[in-house]
Design a protein around this ligand. Sequence first.
Ligand code: ATP
Ligand code: PRP
Length: 213
Amino acid sequence: MSQNLTIALSKGRIFEETLPLLAAAGIEPAENPESSRKLIIATNHEHIRLVIVRATDVPTYVQYGAADFGIAGKDVLIEHGGEGLYQPLDLQIAACKMMVAVRQGFDYAAASRAGNRLRVATKYPNIAAAHFAKKGVHVDIIKLYGSMELAPLVGLSDAIVDLVSTGGTLKANGLQAVEHIEDISSRLVVNKAALKTKHALLEPIIQAFASAI
Ligand SMILES: Nc1ncnc2c1ncn2[C@@H]1O[C@H](COP(=O)(O)OP(=O)(O)OP(=O)(O)O)[C@@H](O)[C@H]1O
Ligand SMILES: O=P(O)(O)OC[C@H]1O[C@H](OP(=O)(O)OP(=O)(O)O)[C@H](O)[C@@H]1O
């Protein structure tokens, strides 16, 4: 019986950087998801399809086996927890840093001193909580879903925990990075059960990705 493979990918920066890796494994999407509203995209292989999901949902689709493998940022994977996922490769794409940032001129050293309470807005509550717990700083975490840079500007929070790449977004909004939490890049994530049951199909793809990094 022939087996099928489903690959979970998100649109945007990860997809752009994933195309050359897929090509190295001989996989070509039949259409570009950026210009299509389709959520299931066929490929040049009848038994391989792509499913297009939110970046934050990739680990969930792979964990439950709705997708056999996918590509997700380390930020998303740490937040998710990684249950049910085998993470064989750091693909070194979508590189950025998880940072703490505050308004320029804000006295972060004083505000984050032991005994104080810091209000932190972020899309990454688990990463933020673990970071400040390690430092022994008490925090109130405010969960946001985007545009974190706004929060300190309008008094929603003292600090943010967010991704920084060029630093352009922080600069444009009068913020500065004050602490590095984690280097982030995207990883290949494989469903642990599929790795066994579809090993013959998955292994050459993982090898092709590894050689193309
Ligand atoms: N500025 C950046 N530079 C480089 N990589 C980034 C940057 N911002 C995010 N990333 C990485 O790319 C991944 C996908 O980001 P993308 O912006 O496509 O989705 P998102 O809008 O964060 O996710 P969602 O749609 O689920 O909210 C992130 O999880 C992170 O690992
Ligand atoms: O340092 P820079 O190069 O300016 O990049 C940093 C920005 O990139 C990410 O946002 P993204 O562009 O993904 O927007 P969104 O997550 O709010 O959709 C991140 O949340 C920052 O806002």
